[in-house]
Design a protein around this ligand. Structure first.
Ligand code: SOE
Length: 396
């Protein structure tokens, strides 16, 4: 009788910097990816880093990291760390990514890549140099890994929509609707870079460019800040919470909502909206694409569904087909539950880890690369410049 033994995959030791909302989502992904997918390397949750020792220690316990630390600069240099996962506000992305890449560590960096094009360019140059040494960097535009959106990209790539003519994209949340919700880093330009534009608009910019395979070449934009000051103190809850309405207020210097029209390189035109004031809309990422042969429609609030209209069918049987993206031959879904059982927000992060680890194992560039994320950063920058240029505003 012969026995076969397979050696366990080599470890990929991860240091995660930051442990708030994104840190929790990434921790869940690092913990679960290898339990559902075959991976060439075994993720090891080595160390979580936070500024406050007590809170970092608590995060390590809660999310399953082996240890915690407070000094990210020391951690990215450690010999027992192979990958640095950046889950901090945008103003720190550049410094952490550059230090980690210089130390020979792979990097996963939350979106948007940076707070400016200049920073994103520097990070991209560092990532290109590291890549030549077999060290890889990726940006966390996690919605690419929602199965229904992955399927959308496949259908476009297969030509099922024909030539793309129109793109309609909205990212709608409502957690800032209350004018007394507390001031947090997401409303501070020096920390977040921009408001709804970079926080959530960046996601739909990336997703539409990725699904259509076309870059945005120009924009015409409008930004608005509805609430220009917020309570400094308060009870945070979820992303918003209840601020101390009778206490001190601090300035909001980012956009609350962003709108723009866009041209894509392949000739398509698009409209975009990003807001955290759409009362009643919690995480409505709505993307609709119209081509010469078909259309697609998606809403994250019904995230397991992709609506597909096949205009090549005889008109008497035409209509939107509601594809329930839970079959084993849909992207990612076969690794999870039996058909029809559906996935959630957290699975996108798990799929992101799966794709990243597989790319590193295959010695290939994971996507979206820093260069892909720089392309998004250029659109964010163009939107801000356009919105600031009142000369194109036509009064009525
Ligand atoms: C807040 O608007 C936020 O947490 C974003 O920062 C995330 O990128 C998005 O996935 C959910 O909403």
């Amino acid at each position: 009788m012969t026995s076969t033994t397979t050696s366990p995959p080599a470890p990929l030791r991860v240091a995660m910097i930051g442990h708030a909302f994104m840190g929790a989502a990434h921790s869940h992904a690092w913990r679960s990816a290898h339990r559902f997918f075959d991976l060439p390397l075994l993720p090891v949750m080595q160390v979580v880093v936070g500024r406050d020792a007590g809170r970092a220690g608590h995060a390590a316990e809660q999310f399953g990291w082996a240890e915690s630390a407070t000094d990210w600069r020391a951690v990215v240099e450690r010999d027992d760390v192979d990958l640095v996962d950046i889950c901090t506000p945008g103003n720190t992305h550049r410094d952490i990514a550059l230090a980690a890449l210089a130390a020979g560590k792979h990097v996963l960096c939350e979106k948007p890549l940076a707070n400016s094009v200049a920073e994103a360019e520097e990070m991209t140059a560092a990532a290109e140099a590291a890549r030549a040494q077999g060290t890889y960097a990726m940006c966390g535009f996690t919605y690419r890994r929602v199965p229904a959106l992955s399927l959308a990209r496949e259908l476009v790539a297969e030509g099922r929509l024909g030539t793309i003519r129109q793109v309609r994209a909205q990212y709608l949340q409502d957690w800032l609707s209350d004018a007394d919700a507390p001031l947090t880093w997401r409303m501070d330009k020096s920390l977040a870079g921009s408001g709804s534009l970079g926080d959530i608009g960046a996601h739909v910019i990336d997703a539409t460019q990725w699904i259509t395979g076309q870059s945005i070449t120009g924009v015409s934009a409008l930004l608005e800040t509805f609430v220009t000051s917020r309570p400094v103190a308060g009870q945070a809850s979820g992303l918003g919470g209840a601020g101390d309405a009778s206490g001190e207020r601090g300035p909001v210097d980012v956009d609350d909502a962003a709108w723009f029209t866009a041209r894509f390189e392949g000739g398509a035109v698009g409209s975009f909206e990003a807001t955290r004031f759409a009362l009643g809309r919690k995480n409505a990422i709505r993307i609709e694409i119209n081509g010469t042969d078909g259309s697609l429609a998606f809403d994250f609030e019904d995230m397991n569904v992709l609506n597909f209209f096949d205009g090549t069918q005889p008109s008497r049987v035409q209509g939107f087909t509601r594809i329930y993206v839970t079959e084993p031959d849909h992207p990612y879904t076969g690794a999870w539950w039996p058909p029809g059982h559906g996935l959630g927000y957290e699975h996108g992060f798990t799929h992101q880890v799966v794709d990243l680890v597989r790319a590193i194992g295959a010695d290939e560039q994971p996507t979206p690369s820093f260069a892909d994320a720089l392309a998004v950063q250029r659109v964010l920058d163009a939107v801000e410049r356009s919105a600031g240029d009142r000369s194109t505003w036509t009064g009525v």
